[in-house]
Design a protein around this ligand. Sequence first.
Ligand code: SAH
Ligand code: DHB
Ligand code: MG
Length: 221
Amino acid sequence: MQRWTEVDRYIEDLFALDDEVLTQTVESSRAAGLPQIQVTPALGKLLFVLARSVGARRILEIGTLGGYSTTWLARALPDDGHLTTLEIDPHHAGVARANLGRAGVADRVEIVVGAGRDILDRMIAAGAPPFDVIFIDADKDGYPDYLERSLRLSRPGTLIVADNVVRGGDVAMPGHTDPRVAGVQRFNEMLARDPRVSSTIIQTVGDKGYDGIAVALVERG
Ligand code: SAH
Ligand code: DHB
Ligand code: MG
């Protein structure tokens, strides 16, 4: 076992990050044939801590899968809080719906099935109020579009977090031909250049190998 996989286990045990509900969510997602690409428990807990830190009442997630990260974020909400999560694959959405029901957070989570870009455009057109936290974790080539639209659904104080922005180090290779790498590179450049946000990228190693997350605070609209 890789050293950092051992350490991920150590962190999970130490902080008791694998309760019955979360374990069942991972298990049922695996049984339903979903790819095992949910955030690690340690990153799930970080999402929870970040959402708590900003007192999040309205959360947006792009990329639901089986609802694992959704559960961590929903648990950070107050009773009257709300989370909207976007998922293009109806099978994933169905598995997530069942998992979120078992997790006892279905009352505060709405799963919207469709292409993230289109749903975000509809939300913007409908004048949706800003979100407090936005977690971007869907198709990687869509990240630039998701960032642009997320900023339009933000206010000063909104926290934007994006998963998989290092991709084994590929992002540091200029002119990468993989559209997923190119999408993340453009996303990172957009974040870095945008005067409205304070942001950085944290490299991560663990269960899922070598990757990273971007964290951005919207300072002005
Ligand atoms: N956030 C999840 C993992 C998401 S995996 C977790 O950590 O638990 C990425 C998900 O994005 C997949 O379920 C995939 O079906 C979905 N997806 C891919 N393209 C999409 C699109 N264009 N719009 C919305 N969701 C998309
Ligand atoms: C993939 C997507 C993810 O969100 C992730 O965390 C890891 C891998 C993927 O599409 O391969
Ligand atoms: Mg991810």
